[in-house]
Design a protein around this ligand. Structure first.
Ligand code: 1BN
Ligand code: ZN
Length: 312
């Protein structure tokens, strides 16, 4: 072979021409790597579950309890390098004035506007007598938002700013009613109305009780139609259709104060917890009833919905 021919020589994979062989090799590696890249795209539900485990380990965290102070400190410590607002207020409750505190963690975006993703973090006051830890009811979605924060920090987001909001006082102090429940969200919605930030909120999403191993998220009937459709679309993209909106129900929850003020809002909630709902608001609401898989589904769907809202 002449030196010139040597330079242009390409190993032959008989009977293919060199270009085709190269293309096939490339295709082979792409096929090999494709499942890896698909896996890498999933949200880390294990991480969310581990955060929930740490939060549950604090013990019951009903307003006025030592556990509530520890829960506040836990959130404060965890978000100490982030932009956190502690929104403190005194709630008028059936047992008198109660000190409460919402946490708002802000991640700035390039677009003018805000997407709120929220949960409540405290436990039910009347259930203080049964050592209720709210592994699903409060802790699972607190862990979920903490793990979502891990995906958001360290960069300016391409889309709208994201506020992760941890509400206090969602639960009734005595008996659930419009005035004895959702203290934190009613306080924050009123404050945002006064300071003008309410008009910046493009979408408000609430996550409640969706760490449940047996995940079946209701379509909350008052939630905003287009936002429900985007969540449904996001779930479909991941093949999660069976976990979403097979049943529908009206639920009073932390989204209502924002919805009633004209903010597009959704409550992503699973109110079917355990056989005949037997784990809801009972001592059975423990971490063994929560799964990393459900939290992966939640994280995938919320992050995908955020992408869709940004493209809207
Ligand atoms: C969710 C978790 N809720 C309380 N803890 C809200 C709720 C309202 C649940 C009405 C059931 C009925
Ligand atoms: Zn509850």
């Amino acid at each position: 072979m002449s030196p010139l021919a040597m330079r242009n020589w390409v190993p032959q994979v008989w009977p293919l021409r060199p270009g085709k062989a190269r293309n096939l090799t490339l295709l082979f590696f792409l096929l090999l790597l494709a499942p890896l890249t698909l896996c890498a795209q999933h949200f880390n539900g294990d991480k969310a579950l581990n955060y929930a485990r740490e939060f549950v380990a604090i013990g019951p965290r009903w307003p006025t309890s030592p556990g509530h102070l520890k829960a506040e400190q836990f959130l404060r410590d965890h978000f100490k390098h982030d932009n956190v607002e502690e929104d403190t207020f005194t709630a008028n409750t059936p047992i008198g004035p109660v000190a409460m505190r919402n946490f708002i963690v802000r991640f700035p975006g390039k677009k003018d506007g805000v997407i709120v993703l929220s949960t409540h973090y405290e436990t039910n006051y009347p259930l203080r007598t049964i050592n209720f830890v709210g592994a699903n009811d409060g802790a699972s979605t607190t862990g979920l938002l903490m793990a979502i924060a891990d995906q958001l920090r360290g960069k300016t987001l391409d889309g709208y700013s994201i506020w992760l909001v941890f509400f206090d006082g969602e639960e009734a102090i005595q008996t659930w009613s419009a005035s004895d429940s959702t203290y934190g969200s009613r306080h924050l919605a009123a404050k945002c109305g006064r300071d003008g930030t309410l008009g910046k909120i493009k979408a408000f999403m609430l996550a409640d009780m969706i760490g449940d191993k047996d995940l079946d998220i209701e379509r909350e009937t008052r939630s905003t139609g287009w936002l429900v459709d985007l969540v449904r679309q996001a779930a479909h993209k991941y093949g999660y259709d069976r976990y979403f909106f097979q049943t529908e129900e009206a639920v009073e929850d932390d989204h209502l104060a924002f919805l009633d003020r004209g903010v597009p809002s959704i409550d992503v909630i699973d109110l079917d917890y355990g056989p005949n709902n037997s784990y809801h608001h009972t001592a059975q609401d423990t971490l063994d009833k929560v799964s990393a898989h459900s939290l992966t589904i939640d994280g995938d769907v919320f992050l995908e919905t955020i992408k869709e809202i940004n493209q809207r």
